[in-house]
Design a protein around this ligand. Sequence first.
Ligand SMILES: C[S@@+](CC[C@H](N)C(=O)[O-])C[C@H]1O[C@@H](n2cnc3c(N)ncnc32)[C@H](O)[C@@H]1O
Length: 731
Amino acid sequence: MEMRAVEDIAIGRDLTPPLPPLAFVLNDAALSSHCSACFSTLPPHPFFPTLLQNPSHVRKNTPTPLYCSPLCSSLDSPRHFSSGESYLLSLFCHSPPSTWDNSSDLRLSLRLLYGFREHLRDCSVLPSFPGSTTSEQRLLLGGKKDYPFQQIQNVEGPDDYLENKEEQRENMKSCCHDEIVRERIAGLMTNRERLIFEATKKDQFQGINEEENPNENRDDSSESTESVLERIREGAALMAKARRMCLNEDENVEKEEEFVVEEVVLCLVLTNAVEVQDRSGCSIGVAVYGTSFSWINHSCSPNACYRFSMGLENNEQPRSRIVPAAKTGHSENDNGLMMEGQHLYGPRIIVRSIKAVEKGKEVTIAYTDLLQPKEMRQAELWLKYRFSCCCQRCVAVPKTYLDCALQALSAVNPDSCKSSINEIEKLTQSFGDAINDYLSLGDPRSCCMKLENLLSHGHLIDELLEPKEAKSPPKLKLQPFHHLSLDAYTTLASAYKVQASDLLALNSEAGSQKLEQAFNMYKTSAAYSLLLAGAVHHLYMFESALVASVANFWINAGESLLSLARSSFWDSFLNPGLNHIEFSSFPTQKCNRCCLTDTFEPNLMQSEEIKRRISNCIAKETSHIWSMLASDSRFLRLIQNPIDFSWLASAETSTDLQLHVAEPAVEKGCLPLKAGRRCNEDQVGMNLIEVGIHCLRYGKLLSTICYGLSAEMNYYTTDYRECINNPKVLQ
Ligand SMILES: C[S@@+](CC[C@H](N)C(=O)[O-])C[C@H]1O[C@@H](n2cnc3c(N)ncnc32)[C@H](O)[C@@H]1O
């Protein structure tokens, strides 16, 4: 099944009304910070679940959902208890499974399973059972007694259906054999056959890879295939155990047929669930939606994206602009379980166009990070969804510019580029280890040192040996758009900021030297944010589906630069003159160089010319401040301008990338760049603000394409002024 546009659709239009979820849960980590019903941040004194049944079964110190209000608690608590979720949390906490480190998909599956049964009961389909039963119903209801699901409270089974045990067993076998291979429940693909049974056959992805690259991913792929299988089995068994505990039954689940229903629903969740993100883009939960959303296929160059709408109110109801490609595959009878949403609360999802879509054309979204190179995307899609993507971007021969750029190596050492599979693996491992130092070990300092080192030299060098080592030719240097470089910039922007706050927190009465150190770290963090925005913007010029990423990166860069410009560090020791700048006098109207305003129509943002004009303007302003921003980082000093990469073309030509860099700016007022130019100190702060406002404004404009004006309106018409007047981050 796929979804198509019912009319010609312009860029930046909502394609669906806000669609309610079939089921949703918070991630384990968000259970103590967010309301489990409406996903808002919890108040200081949150509400516990009401209807706490059988508390003796739930062991002490088990995490529990919390709510922002009695209303949210009364709406959501029954589902928490009746689905067996409370028991699963208890099991998960006290005897953690080996293949699951977060219980959210399993809890989501339990809630969904509960919802399906409730729906079947509400639809009064049971009286017609079994004669006209659908296979979905048979699977979900199963036989009497032997089938754990049959015994959920308040649900009456068809007593006369199964006369004796033998018959029950027969029925169960047929359920298992017929239904375990079934594709859909409630219209949603379960992929169970592919996820489980094909996994045991010859691995298809391995086959594909062997054709393209005989050495790549072979071992990884078969290992991952086995682990998919093991995870699904272990997860389903745990769900079945939790449900049996909830029903006061023997909780030992040993045979596979005892958890086949759980396995099917878990596979449905793995195939259809989406991460729910808060406004800052942090993942806080997972949800499954009905067919209007779940029938949308993936593309690595998609024409749509989605966003979430939280809260209980639901005023806006635009009509849907997408329909299933064909209403085949489901008979009237089979529609017994089709449902669009069960919840009047929880995160609703809205699909939106990020490219113009012609009537009748397929609407697609991204299931994976589009800033990964082709092989990584394909591997992830195969592992999680068992398909090989054949979208335009994936089948392009030669590869698209974007895919080349995401893997491009410098030509400094072309031989190593050719024989580099092992070298790249080593380098990837080194980048991963460095990032791990920060994310897992909490050591931002070591992470920054290692990443700077890897980016500048292509390998780790001993700091003490640096002068000697530096003379030897670099091993593998990455181009600034390489996906490892982009990951490194993201990490460095965060790790430098954390280092700076740690430094200030540890030294509450920091002397001027510490203050200066902290300021330099904040400065380097802002510089990496800007480089990330510039590099991804360069890629966005070749693939407009990157709009959501680039919008976020520009906004982050703008906020960091404005915070830096307003920091009290300037007053203390850098440029006391800045103190007297009247910030409210900064332009809030149209920029007279690039014409950027707050009120650009999303349609205009399709124009390459306009995007180029804005980035040229930001590049020009950046050239005034870059040497100041980059001065404390060994790697950043090698970057001549983080927005206009024309310097790269002359610096070196990549062996596998025909660099497409922007033409030097020739418009009136946009002078060609003189990278690294140092300008009048008094101007630095002003230029920081100019660049910051441009980044923020441009980011907000791009974000209206993917998130919509109504959602962002209040925020983005005032917020850079707020950002200037109320710096959040720095002292
Ligand atoms: C959320 S469902 C999408 C709707 C699905 N096509 C259906 O008929 O219900 C995800 C599954 O659809 C299939 N799918 C999605 N995008 C695809 C693509 N670009 N090529 C092939 N299969 C795709 C895969 O089997 C994947 O596991």
